[in-house]
Structures are given as structure tokens and as C-alpha cells.
Ligand binder design. Structure first.
Ligand code: HPA
Length: 273
């Protein structure tokens, strides 16, 4: 498959035609962030399978639809449910969501995920503003023929999580009722959770939270010059920290408990972007 500029433009043209407005902010919401998507006003909902050249959600807790409308006074396109390499997608395919946002004219991407706490100062229910990432597993989403129209072959990733947006997110944290940290997201490919030994290694290497998503989106945003802000909701302590098994149920349960507070926080951030 040739992932050309025209290939991605087909998806964007379809969405623009359907929604009839130019979105300002593109959002990708991970597990447990569904309630925020429900607060989008005058929503136009497009199931992923309707969008030509787009991908399909295969995870049952991910809704699999694009919700477009107004949120906190901003025109947004919001992916409720995202794509992961563990679903079998090639890393190159995972550029599609951010390239859609870019082609629709968004001026920022806001990403959320559920993650395991690696930093022993974190606890379930905390939030981490991502300030950097480590991705040693799997290929780059920007591998393969470079699409110059999006960005250069070689590109800088020292500020892929935009400092000014992180500053804004720190300011909004006050009074949110959440404990908001800032730290480094360590990507693991999943779908299995990590081993205790992997988590010890990740901590030594500088990871504060661990998860199976987001890094491909942030890299794609850095490539095409789209400012990016990302949050992890710490849904569990990572493997080996507590004497209990890790389950998807626990991840979703904690996600739901903080969802309302996190949604309110995110809305305040969006309002100010
Ligand atoms: N590891 C990887 N991904 C996750 C975790 C975890 O502990 N929790 C939520 N997503």
C-alpha cells in the first residue's frame, strides 16, 4: 500500500464534506474518556468504517467513531477510540488519525490514554502530562517513503509535546481536584501487560508511566508540525508494584471513577488552547 498525500486526503475530504466546518482541535480519547466525547455539542458522528482509507477499531472498549462539534467553545474533531499496533496495524498505518487532523486544518492535537504508573510517587487516579516519550519497540510510523507535503525525512523530536501547551495544562490543574504530574511515557507494544522485570527496567530507564498507545500519534504530529498535548490517566500501578494481577477491568474501572473530573479538567484546557 502506498501511503501518499492523496491517500490521506481522501479521508479528510470525506470528513470535511460531512461536517461542513473547519475544526480547530483534533482529539484522540483513550479508554475511560468516553464521557467527554458525549459532551460535544451539536455532534456529527461518523463511524470509522464510513471514512474511506481510514482504519477500524477492534477493541471492544473503544467506540470507533469520529465525533465532530463544539466543546468548551472550540470546534473539535474527536476520535472516540484509537488504533494500536497490537491490533495488527502496521506502524505506518497509525499516521492516519493525525494526518486527518492536519489536513482538516486543526492547530493542535490533544491525546489521552490509560497508563500504568511506574513512578512510585504516582497512584491510580492521578494524571500525568506527558513531557517526553521512550519508544524502543517497533518501527517508526514515519518509516517508508517520506511524504514531503507533511514534513521532512529527518525531523526534530525534542519538543514533540509542545512546551506552551504543557504549561497551559499545568496552570489548569490547579483546583481540578486531580493530582497532576508531568513525566515520561514509556511505550510497550502489548497486548500483554508488562512483566515485573520489564517494569523495573522501564523505571531505571526513566519511564514514569507505561502504555500501549500515543507515541505514534505524537511522532506523526511532530513530523507535520502539529502542536501536541497528551495526558496519561494512571489507571493502575504497573506490574510487580502491588501484589495483584493486572486486568483490563481494573484499568477501565479506575478510568471511569476519574472520568468526570478528568473530563472537566480537559474541558478547561481545551477552552484555553
Ligand atoms: N501497562 C500497559 N498499558 C496500560 C497499563 C499498564 O499497566 N495500564 C493501562 N494501560
Amino acid at each position: 500500500m502506498a501511503y501518499t498525500y492523496e491517500y490521506f486526503k481522501v479521508s479528510a475530504d470525506y470528513v470535511r464534506e460531512k461536517i461542513g466546518f473547519d475544526p480547530e482541535i483534533g482529539m484522540i480519547l483513550g479508554s475511560g474518556c468516553g464521557p467527554l466525547a458525549e459532551q460535544i455539542e451539536n455532534p456529527i458522528v461518523i463511524p470509522y468504517e464510513e471514512i474511506p482509507h481510514f482504519l477500524r477499531s477492534t477493541v471492544s472498549t473503544h467506540a470507533g467513531k469520529l465525533i465532530c462539534g463544539m466543546l468548551a467553545g472550540k470546534r473539535v474533531v474527536c476520535m472516540s477510540g484509537r488504533f494500536h499496533s497490537y491490533e495488527g496495524y502496521d506502524f505506518e498505518q497509525l499516521t492516519a488519525p493525525i494526518r486527518l487532523f492536519k489536513l482538516l486544518g486543526c492547530r493542535a492535537a490533544v491525546l489521552t490514554n490509560a497508563a500504568g504508573g511506574v513512578n512510585l510517587g504516582y497512584k491510580p487516579g492521578d494524571v500525568m502530562i506527558i513531557n517526553d516519550q521512550i519508544k524502543f519497540n517497533g518501527a517508526s510510523p514515519l518509516r517508508g517513503p517520506n511524504v514531503e507535503a507533511f514534513g521532512p525525512r529527518f525531523f526534530d523530536v525534542q519538543q514533540m509535546y509542545t512546551p506552551a501547551l504543557r504549561q497551559l495544562a499545568r496552570e489548569c490543574a490547579e483546583g481540578s481536584g486531580l493530582t497532576v504530574h508531568e513525566g515520561c511515557y514509556f511505550f510497550m507494544p502489548g497486548p500483554q501487560f508488562e512483566t515485573p522485570a520489564e517494569i523495573r527496567a522501564i523505571r531505571l530507564l526513566g519511564g514514569d508511566a507505561v502504555g500501549m498507545s500515543t507515541v505514534t500519534e505524537a511522532l506523526t504530529a511532530a513530523h507535520c508540525g502539529l502542536p501536541c498535548l497528551a495526558f496519561s490517566v494512571i489507571t493502575n500501578m504497573a506490574a510487580g508494584i502491588l501484589d495483584q494481577p493486572l486486568t483490563d477491568e481494573e484499568v477501565n474501572e479506575v478510568g471511569h471513577v476519574v472520568a468526570d473530573r478528568f473530563s472537566a479538567y480537559l474541558k478547561r484546557v481545551i477552552e484555553r488552547i
